[in-house]
Ligand binder design. Structure first.
Ligand code: NAI
Length: 294
């Protein structure tokens, strides 16, 4: 931790405006954390309806963090601006993409963002499993793209991986690191490799837990064992929290396209049961808590 705290200390980058594209699980929380740290944030998604739940979640977070100080909550909320047309991109110092894990859609978006962004704005992707290089070639200048990889839940977890692609410019990396420090997170510099560091270690652990479930052990039993061992959350509940679709994509990226994910995981995804965000996965989710699925 001490080494991570020192990383990027030399950066004097002071971003004022952040533009986040994708108001889902990650983008919504990334936007909220930036607003909490005093930056103005525009939050873009396909419609106002898709942005509204993220703003409602942010309001709850602000109330907790400001301990019910209504004035502070209002000020912070005022800094978080729904932006379905993406107008904020043109004035942002940092642009963070957190949309669906789909290479072609991300490439199209970055080509568009590059054309509208300020020349020195940091262009960042929160992708967990796509190759940074594959996204970067959609840009006229691929050296502008960096990975800023947050962990879920964003307001709780201090670590952020700052991903250097083959082409990423050193100054872009320095600014991305400076930004991460400005929002009081620990920036871990990583190379662009499958799973970066954390998921490369976590992936096999979570997969093994799902294999136990596949063999007939109840999710609650697997999770209770690992929690009793000392993990803050069981691995199956963690898969539900991350999102089952994300877990499939990440599994493929780590193990290669040929490796088949566990059958039950694929079945649940096929049924639209994506975990916490859809209300059901390996567990049912009631008021933010995992309960045994039917
Ligand atoms: P999500 O499915 O909750 O949210 C994605 C959002 O993007 C949706 O609201 C969707 O409407 C929006 N969107 C899709 N295409 C768009 C476009 N062209 N323009 C504007 N908005 C668009 O997804 P989630 O889980 O937040 O993941 C987003 C990214 O973050 C992915 O790249 C994923 O790999 C990465 N990630 C996810 C983590 C997790 O635990 N879920 C952890 C770390 C990274």
């Amino acid at each position: 931790q001490e080494r991570l705290k020192a990383f990027g200390k030399d950066s004097d980058f002071t971003p004022r405006h952040v533009h986040v594209v994708g108001a889902g699980v990650m983008g919504g929380d990334i936007a909220a954390v930036c607003a909490l740290r005093g930056m103005t944030v525009t939050l873009q998604d396909q419609s106002v309806e898709r942005i509204a739940p993220a703003i409602a979640r942010a309001a709850k977070l602000f109330e907790r963090r400001h301990k019910g100080d209504a004035k502070q909550v209002r000020f912070t909320l005022d800094r978080l601006i729904p932006d379905p047309r993406g107008e904020g991109a043109a004035r942002a110092d940092v642009i963070i993409e957190a949309i669906f894990e789909n290479l072609e859609v991300k490439r199209g978006l970055f080509a568009e963002l590059e054309a509208r962004a300020k020349p020195d704005a940091v262009l960042a992707t929160n992708t967990s499993s796509l190759r940074l290089e594959d996204v970067a070639t959609a840009l006229k200048d691929p050296s502008r793209l960096v990975g800023i990889h947050f962990f879920n839940p964003v307001p709780m977890l201090p670590l952020v991986e700052v991903v250097q692609g083959e082409a990423t410019d050193a100054e872009v990396l320095r600014r991305a690191t400076g930004f991460v420090r400005r929002i009081d997170k620990l920036a871990l510099p990583v190379k662009s490799a499958p799973g970066f560091l954390v998921n490369a270690v976590l992936g096999p652990y979570m997969l093994e837990a799902l294999r136990c479930v596949e063999e007939g052990v109840a999710p609650e039993t697997v999770d209770a064992a690992l929690v009793a061992f000392g993990m803050p959350m069981g691995p199956v509940e963690l898969v539900d929290t991350v999102g089952l679709d994300i877990a499939v994509a990440a599994g493929k990226a780590l193990a290669g396209e040929g490796a088949e994910p566990p059958a039950r995981l694929l079945k649940l995804v096929g049924e639209g049961k994506l975990g916490r965000k859809s209300g059901e996965g390996y567990y049912r989710w009631v008021d933010g808590k995992a309960v045994k699925a039917g």
